[in-house]
Design a protein around this ligand. Structure first.
Ligand code: NAP
Length: 269
């Protein structure tokens, strides 16, 4: 049943299963480590079966095994999101395994630490290729499946506070990619609303993962950046999960094109 039918049939009772994802199939890019792994385990906690997409087999299989240990189905799909052919195959493999696809979480991403005046065309291509082009073609492939299924779907993009603010950290290409993700989210939400596909993003602040390891190892810089969060600290990957489950669930049927900050107040000043 689509969200609209659900509403129209006045079955929209507020019950404790508002966040339940039982019977839903999710594909999480970059699901092997960090925020993506927490999202895989979080979606599984609420009942979803999960496709874990990443390049590295060992960490990806490990996340899939952890999901299976929770009693849900899981499959590791090896792909580089910057390669459109691999993306197409990964979505095909996920659908072949589970028979459907309801939720895509575009989480795969890479950071940058190069002063803007030193960025090479190759570095630009690599970061944009993963953070923006990869996200677009994963969305396109997933949307084709969701449109064919005729039951709507959810696409949740992991953007960043750096999608709306700048920094002095040598991350200009990353800022560009995430800014584009925030507005691409709005554009796709508008285009695919007619298919019942809701497209939203989350905007994490600094989260303790491999991506921020170098910063964590520079105490003075880490402290400066911690202070930029109203809560005075970095977040942990699990703190991103609630926002994603909300956006994947029946709790958010009237939310689309939104960017939900999960940033400890970084953008609240
Ligand atoms: P992370 O720990 O470095 O994990 C990155 C994940 O993406 C890994 O699973 C990695 O697996 C995967 N990945 C990277 N390149 C890929 C590619 N080309 N194809 C497929 N998978 C790829 O990073 P994280 O901190 O969890 O970040 C996750 C997302 O949150 C990113 O989009 C990041 O921009 C965003 N974010 C992070 C923070 C933060 O402070 N950590 C803040 C705001 C937003 P493989 O290497 O095996 O492919």
């Amino acid at each position: 049943m689509t969200d609209q039918e659900f509403c129209e049939q006045k079955q929209f009772e507020i019950t404790r299963d508002l966040f339940d994802l039982t019977g839903k199939v999710a594909l999480v890019t970059g699901g092997s480590r960090g925020i993506g792994r927490a999202i895989c385990l979080g979606l599984a906690t609420f009942g979803a079966d999960v496709g874990v997409l990443a390049r590295d087999r060992e960490t990806g299989e490990d996340t899939a095994a952890r999901v299976r240990a929770m009693g849900r189905r899981a499959v590791f799909v090896q792909a580089d999101v910057s390669d459109v052919a691999q993306v197409r195959e990964a979505v095909r493999d996920t659908v072949r395994e589970f028979g459907r696809l309801d939720i895509l979480v575009n989480n795969a991403g890479v950071g940058a630490q190069t002063p803007a005046e030193q960025v090479t065309p190759e570095e630009w291509e690599a970061i944009i290729g993963i953070n923006l082009k990869g996200l677009f073609f994963c969305s396109q492939e997933a949307a084709k499946v969701m449109i064919a299924q005729g039951q709507g779907g959810r696409i949740i993009n992991v953007a960043s506070i750096f999608g709306i603010v700048g920094s002095e950290l040598g991350a200009s290409v990353y800022h560009a990619s995430k800014g584009a993700v925030v507005n691409l989210t709005r554009a796709l939400a508008c285009e695919w609303a007619k298919h019942g596909i809701l497209v939203n993003s989350i905007g994490p602040g600094f989260i303790v993962t491999d991506m921020t390891r170098a910063i964590q190892e520079m105490p003075a810089l880490a402290e400066l950046l911690e202070r930029r969060h109203a809560l005075g600290r970095f977040g942990c990957p699990e703190e991103c999960v609630g926002a994603v489950v909300f956006l994947a669930s029946r709790a958010s049927t009237f939310v689309t094109g939104e960017n939900l900050f999960v940033d400890g107040g970084y953008t609240a000043w």
